[in-house]
Design a protein around this ligand. Structure first.
Ligand code: ADP
Length: 378
């Protein structure tokens, strides 16, 4: 203990030793070779931490930052030991030399431990060549995915489009059958025609919705859209439905954003139409459309006072053809919310809902303020 206090109290004292020049016999050449080499090593060692520091500052988000700092400190201290070795030729600061060496030892052990600890992480870091390779691989995978998506979209479009024509023929002939031979058919024959006609109508609804679903996607029509106009247009087109159900619709001020105009209209129409359709019997539908601004996105909400949905079905209702009610209870095909989800997701947003059975539902969806599509990166 005494030695320790003695050591620190005389930390800067130089009286216990002669300068190194006078310790033993040095030739000028030998001494200066020692000094110049130590100073060169010190200079080089000083540059490395500065370069490391600059790298860490310039390259934000550099991985394993802690190891960089430790390694920089280690090199700096190593450099200092060489500087002191040179200084000691004139000023015998042996205590400071010992202290710096001790600190260098501690930091070097810390660096070794950190390097062992992060070895696997460091091995896992990818080189720029590996990144480039991965990027190319992902670009190819993305192109393949886009191609197959496009093919699937085409298939769904062509299938639903082409199915319309035979369906029209069936509907036409059914109508003909009914008008020409109705009087000759008994009650059960007429019922068969009626049921077949109903099925044909349902098939038409399904095909139309499927066609709409297949057409969703970010095409070329991303424009600056004023949602106040879009919603106004949507409500105008739904006027009959709104009036028939005496729906009370209130709308907050909506923003302008970059999106597909037709798609945005479809989302609002689907959500509003559902709010009207799934209203409680005998209760006037009250629907409110609003928006909240967040740092990077807009959060839209369509709320109603309708029948509500059990939390159990919050996921299911966004799947194609998934419905919670029989057709005779509430008509529909189960494609509307799936279409909304597809639209919102192709705009890089999310859709979800809060609801309580018997009280009403609120559907929320987000649209990013700075919408980027895959084409923006080409
Ligand atoms: P559809 O209305 O043709 O059945 P959707 O995909 O639009 O198809 O909706 C799926 C299901 O989600 C509906 O069958 C209904 O049960 C439920 N749903 C959708 N919107 C509402 C709403 N506003 N209130 C209550 N239930 C709803």
């Amino acid at each position: 203990m005494n030695q320790l206090t003695d050591f620190f109290s005389k930390l800067f004292s130089t009286s216990d030793w002669p300068p190194r020049w006078y310790c033993g016999t040095w030739s000028d050449f030998h001494g200066w070779l020692y000094i110049i080499s130590d100073l060169t090593i010190w200079l080089a060692y000083m540059c490395i931490p500065v370069i490391l520091l600059r790298f860490v500052i310039v390259k934000r988000g550099v991985p394993l930052r802690g190891v960089f700092w430790l390694f920089g400190a280690f090199i700096l201290l190593c450099g200092l030991t060489h500087l002191i070795d040179a200084v000691i030729f004139w000023v015998p600061i042996y205590r400071i030399s010992a202290l710096i060496r001790f600190l260098t030892g501690v930091v070097s052990i810390g660096t070794v431990i950190a390097m062992i600890k992060y070895f696997n992480d460091a091995v896992g870091l990818r080189t720029s060549q590996e990144y480039e390779y991965e990027l190319k691989y992902r670009q190819k995978a993305m192109q393949a995915l886009e191609r197959s998506n496009e093919e699937l979209k085409q298939f769904a479009y062509v299938a639903s489009h082409d199915l319309q024509s035979p369906l029209k023929t069936i509907e036409g002939y059914l109508g003909l059958l009914e008008s020409k031979y109705k009087s000759e058919l008994d009650e059960s024959g007429q019922k068969i025609i009626q049921t077949t006609a109903n099925s044909a109508h349902r098939m038409r609804d399904l095909i139309n919705d499927l066609l709409e679903f297949s057409q969703v996607g970010l095409g070329q029509d991303l424009t600056n859209v004023d949602l106040n106009n879009v919603l106004g247009e949507a409500l105008e087109e739904m006027e009959q439905e709104i009036n028939e159900n005496k729906a009370d619709i209130t709308v907050g001020k909506l923003p302008q954003l970059r999106a597909s105009r037709t798609d945005m209209k479809r989302v609002f129409q689907n959500l509003i139409s559902n709010s009207i359709k799934y209203s409680r019997k005998g209760i006037r539908p009250e629907i409110h459309i609003s928006v909240r601004e967040k740092a990077f996105e807009w959060v839209f909400s369509v709320s109603d006072n309708g029948i509500g949905i059990d939390e159990l079905y919050f996921e299911k209702i966004f799947q194609v053809f998934q419905r919670l009610h029989a057709r005779n209870e509430y008509p529909g095909t189960g494609v509307g919310l799936a279409t909304c989800k597809k639209i919102v997701e192709t705009h890089n947003g999310k859709i979800w809902l809060n609801s309580e059975p018997g009280k009403g539902s609120t559907f929320h969806f987000t649209i990013p303020k700075d919408l980027k599509t895959i084409h923006d990166y080409e």
